[in-house]
Structure formats: structure tokens, C-alpha cells
Design a protein around this ligand. Structure first.
Ligand code: MG
Length: 281
């Protein structure tokens, strides 16, 4: 029997706008509600980006803390994963480190630089070392986001130096314009490069989201869905919520004989550090 599947939901991201879809949550209240609704459907991890009053990406720790407070106020125990991406590198390094200091159980760790649509997403070796050190200091599990095969090697070098500790949690991000393509060959190749015993999940952009999720389910991997990566439910039909995308994956996973991991299962598997909900200073 294959392991339970961990479903992550990436509810907002830094790219999706109201021009793409009216359904993307942007305020802390909307984001928290999408997280709770997705958790009720079976999401165990929620990946959080926050926006300012104009809907632009921000790394404002007050906003992350507000989302967490609203989520917890509804009795929701979902594992929270705060982004450190800073809107694909638009924020300063200092700003990108701020969410780590709030001690989320998980934070994203973008394991290398790449062209990202019409930008360059810079994650220098010096910044990665600093980010890894900061996560160790604050007891935050890195979600090692790999946009291409070489990013896995970057992570392995940090692992060899003890800057990233087991158990390892990888998010393979496929289909970003400038990154690795969303194909079965590419996924299999990247999974083969992972360190022994690593846990891995797949997310893919746009129309690739569902097919790559299905392949990961069949391979025994974990999956990420949500409006950060894709706004459609069917061809030319918008998804009306993040929860709707999660619910579809839950149905499919169960049909495939994969039970759904709870937040408690994730905490045990990834040996997450119990964290006080630290408020911004
Ligand atoms: Mg993200």
C-alpha cells in the first residue's frame, strides 16, 4: 500500500490577479477563509502569500500573522507554509527573511535562480545559505522548491554541509516559463536526483497542474494544487475556489487507493517543530 498523500493548497501566490480570476483570495480575511475551506476538504498544508491593499505581493509580517490568527480562530490545524519568495525576488533579502521569524512550521526555500516569466528570480548561493541558516535557527522546515534539476544539486550541497536537516521535504515546481517543463520524463528524472528518503510533492503551472498531480499520485508522491498555480477547473472554465480544486484531488486520490494525510500526519512525517504562534515584533 502506498503512503497517504499530502495535499498542499497554494491559495494566492504572487502572480494571480483579479484580471485572471475573480475568485483569487487577496485580503487576509479572504486568504484565511480559502485556507479553512480547503482544509475542510482535505488539504493538510496551506502555502501562504500575502498581498497589500492594492493586491500587490508583500512580505509584511503583520499580514502573515493576521492570516494565521484568522485560520486558527476557526479551529483549523492546517500546517502553514509561509512563502519567502518575495514576489519572485521583487522584495529585498531582509523582507524575504521576515516570515521565517514568525516561526511558521514550514517556509518555502527557492533552491536556485532562474528566468521566471519576464523576470529573473535571484536566489544567490549567499542568500540560500543565509535562508537555510535562518530556518535552522527558528526551527522552520524548508519546503525545498526546485524549479529545475540543478536546484536539487544546490539543495544537496546545503544538505551535505548540514544546513538543511532531514527529513527533507521537496516541492518540484514544473512548467514555470524559464524552468523545467511539466512532463512525466522530467518529473521522473528529478525524483531520481533526490537524496535518499526525501519526501516530494509536485506542483505544475496552468493546464499542467492536474496531469502532473495525477502522475505524482500514481508514483506515490504528494501533490499541490490551488489558484497560485492554476485558475482553471476545466478548459476555459474557471475554478470557483481553492477548495473545489482540493476536493477533486481528494476524490481522485481515494479512487486510486491513496488515503489523505491529515495535518497531524504531516507533523509526524516531517518531524515539524511545534511552534508558538509568534507575533511580529
Ligand atoms: Mg509560492
Amino acid at each position: 500500500m502506498m503512503d497517504k498523500v499530502i495535499i498542499s493548497v497554494a491559495v494566492t501566490g504572487s502572480w494571480t490577479t483579479r484580471q485572471h480570476t475573480p475568485y483569487v483570495p487577496l485580503t487576509p480575511e479572504e486568504i484565511a477563509q480559502h485556507v479553512v475551506d480547503s482544509w475542510r476538504e482535505g488539504a493538510a498544508i496551506a502555502h501562504i502569500h500575502v498581498r497589500d491593499d492594492e493586491g500587490r505581493p508583500t512580505s509584511d509580517p503583520q499580514r502573515y500573522a493576521r492570516v494565521r490568527e484568522l485560520v486558527r480562530a476557526q479551529g483549523c490545524d492546517v500546517v502553514l507554509n509561509f512563502t519567502t519568495g518575495g514576489g519572485a525576488g521583487q522584495a529585498s533579502e531582509e523582507e524575504r527573511l521576515a516570515p521565517v521569524r514568525l516561526r511558521p512550521e514550514i517556509a518555502s526555500f527557492d533552491a536556485g535562480s532562474l528566468n521566471f516569466n519576464d523576470r529573473v528570480f535571484v536566489n544567490s548561493p549567499q542568500f540560500l545559505e543565509r535562508l537555510a541558516q535562518e530556518m535552522l535557527t527558528y526551527g522552520v522546515k524548508p519546503e525545498i522548491e526546485c524549479f529545475d534539476t540543478g536546484h536539487i544539486e544546490n539543495a544537496r550541497r546545503l544538505i551535505d554541509r548540514g544546513l538543511i536537516q532531514p527529513p527533507f521535504w521537496f516541492q518540484l515546481v514544473l512548467g514555470v516559463r524559464g524552468g523545467a517543463p511539466a512532463t512525466a520524463d522530467q518529473l521522473v528524472h528529478m525524483v531520481r536526483q533526490l537524496p535518499p528518503g526525501a519526501h516530494w510533492s509536485v506542483c505544475a503551472i496552468g493546464r499542467h497542474q492536474l496531469p502532473m498531480n495525477l502522475i505524482a499520485l500514481a508514483m506515490g508522491g504528494h501533490v499541490r494544487t490551488g489558484l497560485e498555480d492554476n485558475v482553471y477547473y476545466h478548459y476555459r472554465v474557471l475554478a470557483e475556489s481553492n477548495a473545489q480544486l482540493v476536493a477533486r484531488l481528494v476524490r481522485i486520490a481515494r479512487e486510486c487507493g491513496r488515503e489523505i494525510a491529515s495535518p497531524a500526519d504531516v507533523r509526524a512525517l516531517l518531524q515539524l517543530t511545534p511552534q508558538p504562534d509568534v507575533l511580529p515584533s
